[in-house]
Write a protein that binds this ligand. Structure first.
Ligand code: GUN
Length: 291
């Protein structure tokens, strides 16, 4: 079998188009432009790229983008003061503090300081609790994008065996909650899971979010399964020339694509959906705050 390639790039463009339509309608009817504030502390190169892309796509969708770049020596109190100011700013409807934060900053404290209604990442404990109890929450962007692709490809997910490899707060745990909400039978596996290969082979839906390049080979995959690869890992690519690198997922694409029914590529799968869902969450935050 050769798997269907799930085109996250095209899907994300559709989502962004729908957000832009919604933003235009809001401007026409209420003269309002939703705003997203992104806070970056420090100079992590990967975070800088993400933040730049977020800003560009926010503006492309017709929304206001507010970027706050702080030195990596910024005291925690200053960051908390900025979050408080953004909470109080009526032009800001969504707030995202890029992670990871420098070691001297208490991440949990900063996330807890964000107004839950503006928490477009869905990382505030209130939103985590709302999601976990099946109530209306702000939902973390990456798992939301994965769920949208799964629903689009499979339709009803009810009763399917879903295995999520990875237990992070950003992806693994909320992904499991979302799949449970769609009535899947969910297993969360991780680096300590016994016989991980066997666990993965039971999955009708396999979501890989471990951050280890090409860790999951094709022979861990049930024939016909739908595979969502959240990993974005940069590895050396000497075949492209000295010092060159390439991006790979957590799944070994070629061997997996020979067995799976459908699979997301890296790049061009989950990645573009994350920012598209961030824009969608910003519009949602505006709409919920304004009835
Ligand atoms: N760092 C990596 N992924 C994310 C994300 O989805 N949100 C934030 N705030 N930081 C991240």
């Amino acid at each position: 079998m050769t798997a269907t390639r799930i085109d996250g790039k095209a899907f994300a463009a559709t989502v962004r188009g729908k957000v832009a339509d919604g933003v235009r309608a809001l401007k026409d009817s209420h003269g309002i432009t939703p705003g997203l504030a992104v806070v970056l502390v420090g100079e992590d190169p990967a975070s800088q790229v993400y933040v730049r892309n977020k800003g560009l796509q926010t503006v492309e969708a017709g929304m206001q983008s507010f970027e706050h770049k702080l030195a990596d020596t910024t005291p925690e109190a200053d960051l908390l003061a900025l979050v408080a100011a953004l909470n109080a700013d009526p032009a800001v409807h969504g707030i995202l503090v890029q992670l990871p934060l420098p070691k001297h900053v208490d991440e949990a404290k900063v996330l807890a300081a964000i107004d839950p209604a503006k928490d477009v990442d869905g990382f505030h404990v209130l939103n985590v609790g709302l999601l976990g109890t099946g109530q209306k929450a702000m939902v973390p962007c990456t798992p939301l994008g994965c769920l949208m692709m799964l629903r689009d490809h499979l339709g009803d997910l009810s009763g399917l065996n879903a295995v999520v490899v990875g237990r992070s707060n950003i992806v693994g745990k909320p992904m499991a909650q979302l799949l449970l909400g769609d009535s899947c039978t969910v297993t969360i596996a991780h680096s300590r899971t016994k016989d991980l290969a066997e666990v993965c082979r039971r999955a009708d839906i396999l979501v890989a979010a471990v951050g280890r390049p090409e860790m999951i080979p094709g022979d861990w995959i049930k024939p016909g399964a739908t595979v969502i690869d959240v990993g974005i890992n940069r590895i050396p690519a000497p075949e492209k020339g000295e010092g060159k690198t390439r991006l790979v997922g957590d799944v070994d694409y070629d061997s997996a694509a020979a067995v799976a029914g459908a699979i997301t590529p890296v790049p061009g799968g989950v990645g573009p959906m994350t920012i598209a869902c961030l824009l969608a969450n910003t519009l949602t935050a505006y709409c919920r705050a304004n009835g």
